[in-house]
Write a protein that binds this ligand. Structure first.
Ligand SMILES: Cc1cc2nc3c(=O)[nH]c(=O)nc-3n(C[C@H](O)[C@H](O)[C@H](O)COP(=O)(O)O)c2cc1C
Length: 318
């Protein structure tokens, strides 16, 4: 059939299941090439743009030129995804869905929020283990930032999109769920007045002040950038993170030199939001050589109306 869809399928698993499989379907759906790669960890540095630069550059792009990604760029993204592994043992994978080669254009439903996109990334999760969506969002955001570093536009979509329509173009197994999608392509210089743009008056999306979301010792006590010390930059990168409806539902309490991360309710999207925040924080720490890793501690400070997620600790294995 005159139809081309490339699926890049990555299963990110825990230590016991570290194999990563890439399956590429090209031309006829029956022609299948499968490659297996071992990935020991999820510490994949961005190789095109610094992470802090990518975070500062990224914005939600909702209008695209209509030009399909070239095969080399798709290959680069697929290669990047192959080496990724989600934290917290989250079982998830990402498919790249290409629709440009289709004689009859595939209309992937975004209810008018996205225009001119022909290529999409789809985040698929499996199982209900704790922190699955957080870990998956972390990995998806790594790909979003990688695409930014390649000069491409993206836009997280978790609410307003036609799941049924997308599912028709994905190879979902019965135990898998489509979690989020993002267009990926060349940004148009003529943005349309989408719902979101109208909501925001067409201005760059603003963020809450540092001291409103990051706290010093106890929940509610504003943290200054000075007091944040070495974590000032990683936290600033969290502050710039995208979030559903721009709710910025993440909170951090810095106590005894340890940042503890929390999520506040955001219509069910808080797990994804906080996963993105953890990604920005950890990847910035890695870029700046700030040692540490994620650990779920038992003595995190309590926070009203916020749920504890994880802490960044110097030696997470102890
Ligand atoms: C988990 C998540 C879900 C989102 N869902 C949608 C969506 O359904 N539709 C949409 O237009 N934007 C969506 N966005 C994009 C946000 O509106 C956007 O990130 C936020 O307003 C900040 O703007 P910026 O990304 O340009 O910095 C989503 C973002 C995140 C992180």
């Amino acid at each position: 059939m005159g139809f081309l869809v490339i699926f890049v399928c990555i299963f990110a698993r825990n230590e016991a299941h570290s194999g990563v499989y890439v399956t590429i379907f090209g031309g006829k759906m029956g022609q299948k090439r499968q490659k297996k790669a071992r990935v020991e960890n999820f510490k994949q540095p961005l190789n095109v743009m610094k992470i802090t630069e990518a975070i500062k550059t990224r914005r939600s792009v909702r209008t695209y030129t209509g030009e399909a990604l070239d095969d080399a760029t798709v290959g680069q993204i697929a290669d990047y995804i192959t080496d990724l592994r989600a934290p917290f043992g989250a079982e998830c994978r990402i498919e790249i869905v290409r629709t440009a080669a289709v004689a009859e254009p595939v209309r992937l439903g975004t209810y008018g929020a996205i225009r001119g996109a022909t290529d999409y990334l789809a985040l698929i999760v499996r199982g209900g283990a704790p922190l699955t969506r957080e870990g998956a969002a972390y990995m998806f955001e790594q790909v979003v930032l990688y695409c930014t570093s390649l000069g491409l536009g993206t836009c997280w979509l978790a609410g307003f999109f036609d799941r049924g329509g997308f599912k028709k173009h994905l190879s979902l197994r019965p135990d898998e769920r489509l979690c989020s999608v993002s267009p990926v392509g060349y940004a148009s210089d003529k943005p349309h007045r989408s719902i979101s743009t109208l909501l925001n008056g067409g201005k760059p999306t603003s963020r809450k002040p540092f001291g409103e979301i990051f706290f010093d010792g106890v929940f509610g006590e504003p943290l200054s950038e000075d007091r944040a010390g070495v974590y000032a930059l990683p936290l600033e990168m969290v502050r710039r993170a995208p979030s559903a409806n721009n709710k910025q539902s993440w909170r951090v309490i810095l106590t005894g030199g340890t940042p503890h991360f929390y999520k506040t309710p955001s219509m069910g999207y808080e797990n994804l939001d906080v996963g993105i925040a953890l990604c920005h924080f950890a990847e910035t720490c890695r870029e700046k050589g700030i040692a540490g890793g994620w650990k779920i501690v038992t003595d995190a400070p309590s926070a009203p109306k916020a749920a504890y997620v994880a802490s960044w600790v110097g030696n997470p294995d102890k």
